[in-house]
Design a protein around this ligand. Sequence first.
Ligand code: ATP
Ligand code: MG
Length: 444
Amino acid sequence: MIHNEKVSHRQPAEAIVRNLRAHGYSAYFVGGCVRDLLLGHEPKDFDIATDAVPSQVFQIYPQAQQVGAHFGVVLVEGVEVATYRSDYAYEDGRRPGEVRYETNPMLDAARRDFTLNALFLDPETGEVLDFVDGRADLRNGVVRAIGDPAARFQEDYLRMLRAIRFAARLGFAIEPGTAGAIRTLSHLSTAIAAERVRDEIVRILTEGGARRGCELLDELGLLEHLLPEVARMKGVEQPPEYHPEGDVWTHTLIMLEGLQQPTSTLALGVLLHDVGKPPTFRVADRIRFDGHVEAGVEIAHAILTRLKFSNEEIRQVELLVANHMKFKDAPRMKESTLKKFMRLPDFDEHLELHRLDCSSSHNMFDNYEFVRAKRQAYGEEQIAPAPLLTGKDLIAAGYSPGPWFSQVLSAVEDAQLEGRIANKDEALQIASSMRQPASEPAST
Ligand code: ATP
Ligand code: MG
């Protein structure tokens, strides 16, 4: 997983607010948790804002921990307690140059990104402090920058992606002035640290509203800067007999719309499965995309490497792209080939990508149903049985190790997967029928 989100619960957070107040400080729930509570959603975690400075929080909670990356934030029993502060003098569109503690929560609201993220809630009375008309925007479903949108995005370019994430996830509109500023400044997004872009893109793709998120990335100009290879899918026509839904981008958007709480790799696999089509587009007897799978694997690799995804994630997305056309061959595959196909790691992701691929195009699920039924019928033991023969067995039978071994073991495995042999003796018969070439060394 990419995120190591802290998860905190309401009760301990409420107790901390009460305790800070008992010590004479001001304290509220703030930010995402207030937004989520007012929307009737379950908050992922509870954040607290207070006028107590960290040293004062430590006096009350000696066990508390300093949160390294965040100035003025202390972790108390898993809950982030942040001192009211204002941020000044952003220099590079990445971090504030100077931060100042404040005693007035209004100033803390002003440094936050969007009105819906700047509400304070008194958990005991339910009173909401709203300095930025955030409640009205929540009611009306609007993501609106606090203050001058262009200035706020120039302070921190990441906010452009955050705006899209919140709009997509909540199904909100982006206020026109806010959207316009993103469009104007979208080119600055290339200066955001790759890891942060990566995390936002994953969240846009996996937290709900992936289609809308990608449409917004496109409309507001970020797609072209951050994922130009994906932007190229727009307007790339497809043969209507296979793709009545339209061009490659439309096809991909419909698939994104069908994602249900996907893993990051499935979502990326969907986004990138046809990314090899634009460069391989060709009109012959009909529109063709010869080699689009191989091209897609390469492009996916380049994108995900650039965005600093883990090798493991890159590998899985590459496999999803590389194998997405194989389903159409499944009914004609040899049993051994089909079983080996099903052994792909996280095969469920391959299946789901294929299902989405069908439902966003011709709507024929024969191959999907075929593979699913076979997989069920085989069960894990038949798909990946314990090998009947190993290299050790071959040595014990008097053969000397060499490249020939892997040919034998692979032939034996295929025979086993196809149900032609069932024990070691039969496996050894295959070995003896495949004479070891004399050129191989007789011993080591
Ligand atoms: P999520 O549910 O995705 O965690 P969140 O609103 O809690 O949403 P966080 O990234 O956890 O988002 O940040 C907590 C709060 O800190 C936000 O609600 C917002 O008020 C403020 N914040 C976070 N990032 C920024 C930023 N880049 N610029 C300004 N304020 C920010
Ligand atoms: Mg949060």
